[in-house]
Design a protein around this ligand. Structure first.
Ligand SMILES: [Zn+2]
Ligand SMILES: [Zn+2]
Length: 410
């Protein structure tokens, strides 16, 4: 182990980050290359103190203050921009759930903590990507990248290897997850792509990518198309706006709308069942919605509140998540009149089952105004009328502002 250097001195050997690599994955590869522990690397890069048990904060996944960013860059011989590219914060420009503006969470800590639309301690993965490039000696030694985009629930498949992301370890058959940013940081003999659950240690990387669940050809086509669409929305080079219920909104906010309509779809299931693209996706959603309703009842009658989370949490299973998002995406891609008509049976069924929750979902913080209007009856009563009048005015002002803007993704 390297004990005698202060945190700001460069490491004797560093590593170039891989494309889309996330900070904890990079730290594990650095530790493996140096033959030391993640704790040692975290201390040397200024991410944790030297003595007391002081784990790296989960908020570091999102943002590092300038002092820490500088220390990390200096120790690893990266530029500050390269160091920043290991974080989730820069993805907020295209992914609303990471953006304090849409989440009403003031700090990176609050954006990350208890935010179900970011996998902070869940490590979904493509086993073939983790195996690394066969022509790259460094990757063959230390593994491929744990990718930043795998932490975004709407990234459910690998388009390179045409497979769904895994969430279970094939050895211990439990969720690949950590209690902290990285677990077992005091051990120096773990490979970066091993399961870190105690007593397991299964190698998660698999160059052959065995055991992909059987998907029929039409389901695979639907999911590929959906994943390509989400990838385009998340791309920094794509147009800044996209249509939601017929209206241009910021691409980042589209994922807030997707979250709302997914929750509504599950709460009102099977109202949206005719929109399922294939029989398999409909069956998957039958099971998922049934589970969500049981979970809702459990939370409703339990000591813990937040029963709405039974519908608002994204599915960790890639197929179940994608099945719900495909329906929600189909609804959001309709024009204003069509979406209002298609969403009405969902809002009515939801209101008949859980009035307060349906009303909460209609005006969920972060949802676009066009979606909130599409979820509102055409002639609301009481205070809803004033809200609707103001919302229509605001939507018209937004239309005027964006009329001369760039062409949106349809
Ligand atoms: Zn892959
Ligand atoms: Zn395991």
């Amino acid at each position: 182990m390297i004990r005698d250097l202060t945190p700001s001195q460069p490491l004797p050997r560093s590593l170039s980050p891989l494309p889309d690599e996330i900070l904890p994955g990079y730290l594990m590869r650095l530790a493996h290359r140096a033959g030391t522990t993640v704790d040692e690397i975290a201390h040397r890069t200024g991410l944790r103190g030297p003595r007391v048990r002081n784990p790296m904060l989960l908020s570091y996944l999102h943002t590092l203050d300038e002092t820490r960013l500088q220390a990390l860059a200096e120790a690893t011989r990266l530029t500050p921009a390269e160091a920043r590219s290991l974080l989730l914060g820069p993805l907020a420009a295209r992914y609303g759930p990471l953006d304090p503006h849409y989440t009403r969470r003031a700090t990176p800590m609050r954006v990350i903590n208890n935010n179900p639309w970011v996998w902070t301690t869940t490590w979904r993965y493509c086993p073939q990507c983790l195996a690394g490039d066969p022509d790259d000696a460094i990757q063959q030694l230390h593994g491929g990248a744990w990718r930043r985009h795998w932490r975004l629930p709407p990234v459910f498949s690998c388009l390179t290897h045409r497979r769904l992301l895994r969430h279970l370890c094939p050895g211990c058959h439990t969720l690949v997850a950590t209690a902290e940013m990285i677990d077992r940081t005091d051990e120096d003999d773990l490979h970066p792509t091993q399961c870190r659950r105690r007593g397991c240690g299964t190698q998660l990387a698999d160059p052959q990518g065995h055991a992909e669940p059987g998907l029929d050809a039409s389901t695979r086509r639907v999911l590929d198309r959906l994943q390509r669409r989400f990838a385009r929305l998340l791309s920094p080079s794509a147009p800044p706006t996209v249509r939601s219920t017929g209206w241009p909104i910021p691409a980042a906010q589209y994922f807030m709308d997707l979250r709302t309509v997914t929750a509504l779809t599950l709460l009102s299931w099977p109202a949206a069942r005719p929109l399922c693209a294939t029989p398999l996706l409909a069956q998957v959603l039958d099971a998922e919605a049934a589970w969500r309703h049981r979970e809702y009842e459990r939370l409703l009658h339990g000591a813990k509140k937040h029963s709405s989370q039974a519908f608002l949490r994204p599915a960790v299973d890639a197929l179940a998540g994608a099945a719900a998002w495909d329906v929600a995406d189909r609804l959001l891609r309709l024009n204003e009149a069509q979406s209002h008509e298609a969403l009405t049976p969902l809002t009515e069924t939801a209101a008949s089952r859980a009035t307060a929750l349906a009303s909460y979902l209609r005006h969920l913080p972060g949802s676009s105004l066009p979606l909130q209007l599409a979820l509102t009856p055409r002639a609301p009563r009481g205070p809803g009328r004033r809200w609707q009048a103001n919302a229509l005015d605001e939507r018209d002002r937004w239309r005027t502002q964006t009329a001369a803007g760039p062409v949106a993704i349809a």
